[in-house]
Design a protein around this ligand. Structure first.
Ligand SMILES: *[C@@H]1O[C@H](CO)[C@@H](O)[C@H](O)[C@H]1NC(C)=O
Ligand SMILES: *[C@@H]1O[C@H](CO)[C@@H](O)[C@H](O)[C@H]1NC(C)=O
Ligand SMILES: *[C@@H]1O[C@H](CO)[C@@H](O)[C@H](O)[C@H]1NC(C)=O
Ligand SMILES: *[C@@H]1O[C@H](CO)[C@@H](O)[C@H](O)[C@H]1NC(C)=O
Ligand SMILES: *[C@@H]1O[C@H](CO)[C@@H](O)[C@H](O)[C@H]1NC(C)=O
Length: 385
């Protein structure tokens, strides 16, 4: 090697080193707390709200099912089944057969490898004066594009009979649900037995089983979210809708408490905090991310039917909430700021990157009240972690 090529080699090495440092820095710089509008390609799912979604992080595939296709009295349950590929930002219509009952707020989850997607329980529209809740569990084979109804004992049908969210634990592939409602009758939460009180777990071998929790559980509720915290091997839930009053919009029906279920000890624990400094009483709020030190929460709805898209951080060490400031959405072509729609019942998932987490949501309704427009766009919130 002559002097000239040695010199060149050194220059190339130095350049690579600078780039490495610079690229690492970029990881922090680029990921401010910010909103973006996602360009959706392919065959878009129909407008709906209160549908169900399940995100297969391993394969970066986001499955969505059903929901209600309008607002009262023109809200019918649908059985649309679509998948969004995060890598290509593109939707595909997987077309559920007619044997898959149209429904809303179904427990939707997947197995550890992403080979199967499950649908269980769920409900029809409210305000029909009749009870439309389901107790079946169906499995979709991703590779064969085939649906199978699972055989369940009547005890298991009873466990599946609820409308609530289920959360898959990445470590084991088991899916959990807590409480939920079994009624679409008027003032459904006060129908005797309409709120389940148990914690249940699904695994592909045994199907649904009850979890033998140790000690007290949170009060029964509906319209609450479940989130798995991998570092703490615990499932978290915030607030929800409960049976304090028959008057639907009574403030006392809305909860603002934070709980976690330790999956190794099976103990539910309440995380107490100064409620005047937290997000307040709401249902439908979602967790974006958590580790052993913190949790991030977004949105929800309160007793006045107001929807939020605010973002909060909970410090698990000091038990304090802080509201975060998010950079507004700016149209990349016109540079005009656009507000993020505050929706209820959107499809959503979170995608963990190297040094940030992305929270996506799409569809949903601008309000629970009749005549509300449904949202077509997809948005992405980035939070550095
Ligand atoms: C909603 O679904 C019902 C039943 O499938 C259908 O008759 C109706 O046309 C749909 N409405 C809209 C707005 O898509
Ligand atoms: C679900 O549970 C409720 C209340 O316990 C009961 O009235 C209803 O018949 C059940 N529905 C199904 C589909 O199992
Ligand atoms: C359900 O049970 C029937 C009768 O025992 C059996 O033929 C069928 O294969 C079972 N289905 C599943 C999905 O296990
Ligand atoms: C489950 O739902 C089916 C259909 O509505 C019903 O016939 C059956 O009795 C329900 N099972 C239980 C345990 O309630
Ligand atoms: C609320 O629901 C739970 C669970 O079904 C029940 O034990 C409790 O009595 C209900 N409370 C009221 C006030 O209806």
């Amino acid at each position: 090697m002559n002097l000239k090529s040695q010199f060149l080699l050194i220059v190339v090495c130095l350049f690579s080193l600078v780039c490495l440092i610079d690229c690492h820095k970029k990881c922090d710089n680029c990921n401010k707390y910010s909103w973006e509008k996602v360009k959706q390609k392919g065959s878009l799912p129909p407008l709906a709200w209160d549908g169900s979604s399940a995100y297969d992080e391993r394969n970066e595939l986001f499955y969505v099912f059903g929901g209600l296709n309008g607002s009262y009295p023109n809200d019918e349950a649908i059985n649309s089944f679509y998948v969004f590929n995060v890598k290509t930002s593109s939707w595909t219509n997987l077309m559920a057969p007619s044997s898959i009952t149209p429904r809303a707020e179904t427990m939707m989850f997947h197995d550890k490898r992403g080979n199967y997607v499950y649908l269980s329980g769920g409900r029809g529209p409210f305000r029909r004066g009749i009870n439309i809740v389901y107790n079946s569990t169906q499995r979709y084979d991703v590779r064969k594009n085939v649906w199978t109804e699972l055989n369940q004992t009547s005890f298991q049908q009873n466990l599946a009979n609820r409308s609530v969210e289920a959360e898959t634990v990445s470590k084991t592939g088991k899916s959990y649900a807590f409480s939920g409602s079994t009624s679409t009758l008027p003032a459904f939460i006060r129908v005797p037995g309409a709120l389940k009180t148990d914690t249940i777990v699904f695994d592909s071998v045994n199907g649904w089983q009850q979890v033998d929790v140790v000690g007290a559980s949170p009060t029964p509720r509906a319209h609450h979210h479940l989130h798995y915290n991998e570092e703490l091997d615990s499932i978290f839930t915030y607030g929800g809708y409960t049976n304090c009053s028959t008057y639907t919009t009574n403030e006392c029906n809305y909860l603002g408490d934070l709980w976690s279920l330790d999956l190794s000890t099976k103990v539910w624990k309440q995380h107490l905090f100064d409620v005047t400094k937290g997000p307040g009483n709401r249902d439908n709020a979602k967790f974006i991310y958590s580790d052993q030190n913190q949790l991030f929460l977004i949105g929800g709805s309160n007793y006045q039917y107001t929807n939020f898209m605010d973002v909060w951080r909970f410090d698990l060490i000091t038990n304090e909430w802080t509201q975060l400031t998010i950079l507004p959405l700016v149209d990349p072509e016109t540079y005009i700021q656009t507000p993020i729609p505050s929706t209820i019942g959107s499809f959503y998932f979170k995608h963990i990157r190297k040094c940030s987490v992305e929270f996506y949501f799409s569809r949903g309704s601008l309000s629970e009240i009749s005549g509300s427009p449904l949202v077509n766009d997809m948005y992405k919130l980035t939070i550095p972690i």
